[in-house]
Write a protein that binds this ligand. Structure first.
Ligand code: 13P
Ligand code: SF4
Length: 363
C-alpha cells in the first residue's frame, strides 16, 4: 500500500455538544406536539444530527413523491435545498404549507440555468430548428420557473434516479432532447442510452453558439452546468483506491464526470448508493463518490464494512446542504405558519406541476 491517507471519518464531523443534546430534545418535543400535522422530509446529504428527524429520508425523487402523498400533514418541513422544497410545494395540496429551515440553502448547479438564458437558448434554437421537435428535460435541480418552462413546452423533469426513463419518454415524443442544467448527468444518461457522441452538442450559456449546424444534427443538447461537489472526483482517485485496496467496490453519483462514472462499479442516485452499500457483504471495502455527509452516515451505519469517500483527502461537502442546523430546524418548527415558508406563483406552479407529474408517472 502506498502513502495515500484514506479518511474513514469526514473532516466536517464534530463532537456533539450539550447544546446539541438540549436542542434535539427541544425539537423532539415540538415534533410530538404537532403530531401528524407535521411531516419532515430529509435529504440524504443533510447533517447527521438532522437526518433522524426526517419522517422520510431519501433522494430527491423519493422525497418529491412523499411530498405529493401526504394526506394529514398541514406543514411539510423540507430539510434539503431550495429546489427540493419548491418541488414539494408544487406537488403537495394548495392548503398544505412547505418550509425550508434555512432559506439560504440553494444549489449552485440549479443557478447555472436561469429563465432568461433558457428563453434565449430556446429562441435561438427556434430560429434553426422546429422547437416542436425538441423536448425540454430539466433536472430536478432547477428553479420552479424552468420546470414550468418544461411543462409548458411538452417536457418533463427528471432526477438522478430516472434520467434514462425521462430521456426515453422525451424521444418517444420528439426528435431531440434539450437537457439542463447538468452536463454530466446528461452525458452519463446519453452514454447509457448509447447515443453516439456526434449526436450530442453542448450549449454554453456563457458563450452562446453562433453555428447552428451541430444543433441541427444533434439528438441531445446539453447545458453546460455542473455540480462543484461531484466534479471534484477524478479518475486518479479511482486508480488510487483500486491500487490501495484490490477488490474494492466504487459507487458514484451520476453528477460525476463520465470518465469517473465509466470506471466505477456502480452509479446511481443517493438512494441507490445507500442500497448498494447495504447490499455489499460484511468485510467489503467501498469507496463512495458523493457528498460527504451521506458517506459518513453510511460508514457509521455499517461498521462491519470499510466505507470511505473516494477522493481521500478532499472533503466533498455541499455547503448548501450543510447550512441547515439543529437551530434552524428548531426555529422553523417553532414558527410554522410565520417564517421560512416556500411559495411558488400559481401560474408557474401549474405548469411546473405538469412536468413533475409526468416524471412521477414514469415508473
Ligand atoms: P439525488 O436525487 O440522487 O438525491 O441527488 C440530489 C443532488 O442534489 C445530488 O447532488
Ligand atoms: Fe446542488 Fe451539488 Fe449540492 Fe447537489 S451536491 S445540492 S447538485 S451543489
Amino acid at each position: 500500500m502506498n502513502s495515500m491517507t484514506i479518511q474513514t471519518a469526514p473532516t466536517c464531523d464534530r463532537p456533539e455538544t450539550l447544546d446539541d443534546v438540549a436542542l434535539k430534545a427541544h425539537i423532539r418535543g415540538l415534533i410530538d406536539r404537532w403530531g401528524d400535522k407535521l411531516v419532515i422530509l430529509a435529504h440524504h446529504y443533510q447533517r447527521k444530527e438532522i437526518v433522524p428527524f426526517g419522517n422520510f429520508i431519501g433522494d430527491s425523487y423519493y422525497l418529491s413523491k412523499m411530498a405529493a402523498q401526504q394526506e394529514k400533514a398541514e406543514h411539510i418541513v423540507f430539510c434539503g435545498v431550495h429546489f427540493m422544497a419548491e418541488s414539494a410545494r408544487i406537488l403537495c395540496r394548495p392548503e398544505q404549507r412547505v418550509y425550508l429551515p434555512n432559506l439560504r440553502a440553494g444549489c449552485p448547479m440549479a443557478d447555472m440555468a436561469d429563465d432568461a438564458q433558457v428563453d434565449d437558448a430556446w429562441e435561438w434554437l427556434g430560429q434553426h430548428i422546429d422547437t416542436k421537435k425538441i423536448i425540454p428535460v430539466s433536472y430536478m435541480n432547477s428553479a420552479a420557473s424552468l420546470k414550468a418552462f418544461c411543462g409548458a413546452n411538452g417536457g418533463i423533469i427528471c432526477t438522478s434516479s430516472n434520467a434514462e426513463k425521462a430521456f426515453q419518454w422525451a424521444f418517444a415524443r420528439g426528435e431531440k432532447v434539450f437537457f439542463f442544467p447538468d452536463e454530466h448527468l446528461g452525458t452519463n444518461t446519453a452514454n447509457r442510452l448509447g447515443i453516439p457522441r456526434d449526436e450530442r452538442v453542448l450549449f454554453d450559456p456563457m458563450h452562446p453558439p453562433t453555428d447552428p449546424r451541430p444543433f441541427i444534427k444533434a439528438r441531445v443538447i446539453l447545458w453546460k452546468g455542473f455540480c462543484h461537489v461531484h466534479t471534484n472526483f477524478t479518475v486518479g482517485h479511482i486508480e488510487q483506491a483500486r491500487q490501495n485496496y484490490p477488490g474494492i467496490k466504487i459507487v458514484v453519483h451520476p453528477e460525476c464526470k463520465e470518465d469517473v462514472v465509466d470506471r466505477a462499479d456502480a452509479v446511481g442516485s443517493t438512494a441507490f448508493i445507500a442500497k448498494y452499500v447495504a447490499a455489499q457483504p460484511a468485510g467489503s471495502i467501498i469507496a463512495i463518490g458523493t457528498e460527504i455527509n451521506l458517506t459518513s452516515r453510511l460508514a457509521d451505519e455499517y461498521p462491519d464494512k470499510t466505507i470511505f469517500e473516494l477522493s481521500g483527502q478532499n472533503c466533498p461537502l455541499c455547503v448548501n446542504m450543510f447550512r441547515t442546523t439543529l437551530g434552524d430546524l428548531a426555529e422553523c418548527i417553532e414558527n410554522l405558519g410565520h417564517k421560512n415558508e416556500i411559495q411558488v406563483p400559481p401560474a408557474i406552479a401549474r405548469d411546473a406541476r405538469l412536468a413533475l407529474e409526468r416524471m412521477l408517472e414514469l415508473s
